[in-house]
Design a protein around this ligand. Structure first.
Ligand code: ASP
Ligand code: MG
Length: 403
């Protein structure tokens, strides 16, 4: 069996943590498996390196910043190799370049174009443990590139896809994906399994364990993923695959997203073309719109409300105000004291009534719903931010409480 393991920065923070992780890698190898371990930079190294670069030049070029930031991962693999050598194990560290990670030339946010797995394969055939620097690649000019913050996850999944690994184990500082954020719902349960699509929804909702980009890649190449903690490596984590065995699971999790604002355009003319104009303006300004609600027209006017992420809010408002006359709205009402609460579950499609149960739970808790949106595997509601945690608990209790 070929296993790709990935260890994040907090799992590698100091010499003790490195020794501990070396033990996890050694353990996998001693079971007779082929092992590729993808490593992040230690602790906050990437942030620290970035700060050192900007201290010298606040306008540092991206090319040189990538050359600098990639050093964090290069250090990790060399140090880990030494720790494994100390255990008497055959090991070799490889940079992104050595491992054949060809990317495009978007420094700081490069995309992997192809991977030539030959070197990794050769080393595995020699029964070496391969330590791969995450986050790094090289472009056609033979310059170092990086894959964007958190990119080691993507490196790991890409390596697993290129080597046709049997499993990609992602070790982080949480031991799996839960039915809700345990800080909000103390009795949230760990999920044994979850589908790629559910994971994508939960990640975008703030259960930020894996980069969406890496989950999308895992889905595309059908790489089975597992999320588990390096602090408790023997505790099974959460498996992320295409189909789960738990077909009856209607809802897999409840999540909250506070990074959202509601924008309402009031007293618009009720005629064709208005919505098209608004949303194409926003699209041109690269403002991503999430939930949309249009009121029924009365007296020849209507209102349109939508949500955007906070970081897009200013750009969105600017473009709408600039085109107030052309769009023809009377008022622009904005609220950032809102929160989006979503229920995610691949089994929802075949189970009518799930949304109703969610709304009932909210109504029983006296929580008012401002907007609703649904997809095949998700129901989201927009509510007052002050109610958000209570809403997550109420919905979670309704679906998971009775066990
Ligand atoms: N070291 C990089 C970062 O902190 C990449 C990673 O950890 O995945 O973003
Ligand atoms: Mg990091």
């Amino acid at each position: 069996m070929l296993v790709v393991q990935k260890f994040g920065g907090s799992s590698l923070a100091d010499a003790d943590r490195i020794r501990h992780v070396a033990g996890i890698i050694a353990n996998e190898y001693r079971q007779g498996h082929e092992v590729v371990a993808v490593l992040s930079a230690q602790g906050d190294t990437t942030d620290e390196l970035e700060a050192r670069g900007y201290e010298l030049n606040p306008k540092a070029s991206r090319r040189e910043m990538d050359a600098l930031l990639s050093c964090g991962e290069s250090m990790s693999i060399a140090l880990m190799a030494m720790a494994l050598e100390a255990l008497g194990l055959p090991v070799i560290s490889l940079t992104g370049r050595q491992a054949g990670f060809l990317t495009d030339s978007q420094y700081a946010n490069a995309r992997i174009k192809s991977i030539d797995p030959e070197r990794m394969r050769t080393e595995l055939d020699k029964r070496n443990i391969v330590l791969l620097a995450g986050f790094q690649g090289y472009n056609r000019y033979d310059d170092v590139t990086t894959l964007g913050r958190g990119g080691s996850n993507t490196s790991a999944v890409a390596a697993a896809a290129a080597l046709k690994a049997d499993l990609c184990r992602n070790y982080t500082d949480v031991d799996g994906v839960y039915t809700a954020d345990p800080r909000i719902v103390p009795d949230a349960r760990k999920l044994a399994e979850i589908t790629y699509d559910e994971m994508l929804e939960l990640a975008s909702l703030g259960a930020n364990i894996l980069h969406n980009r890496s989950v999308e890649m895992a889905k595309r190449f059908n790489v089975p993923l597992e999320v588990l903690s390096s602090f408790t490596p023997d505790v099974p984590g959460t498996k992320i695959t295409e189909v789960t065995k738990m077909e009856k699971m209607q809802v897999s999790g409840v999540a909250r997203d506070n990074d959202v604002a509601r924008v309402s355009l009031v007293n618009l003319e009720d005629r064709p073309g208005i919505a098209a104009r608004i949303f194409s303006l926003l699209a041109k300004a690269k403002v991503n719109v999430d939930i949309i609600l249009q009121s029924i027209g009365r007296d020849d006017t209507k209102d349109i409300s939508f949500t955007v992420s906070l970081k897009n809010l200013d750009a969105g408002l600017r473009i709408l105000r600039e085109h107030q006359e052309q769009i023809g709205f009377q008022d622009l009402v904005v609220s950032d004291s809102v929160s989006k609460v979503s229920m995610v579950g691949a089994g929802m499609v075949n189970n009518p009534g799930v949304a109703a149960r969610m709304f009932e739970a909210l109504s029983d808790a006296g929580i008012n719903i401002q907007m609703i949106s649904t997809s095949e595997i998700k129901v989201s509601v927009l509510i007052d931010k002050a109610d958000a945690d209570r809403a997550v608990r109420a919905v979670h209790d309704r679906f998971f409480g009775e066990v």
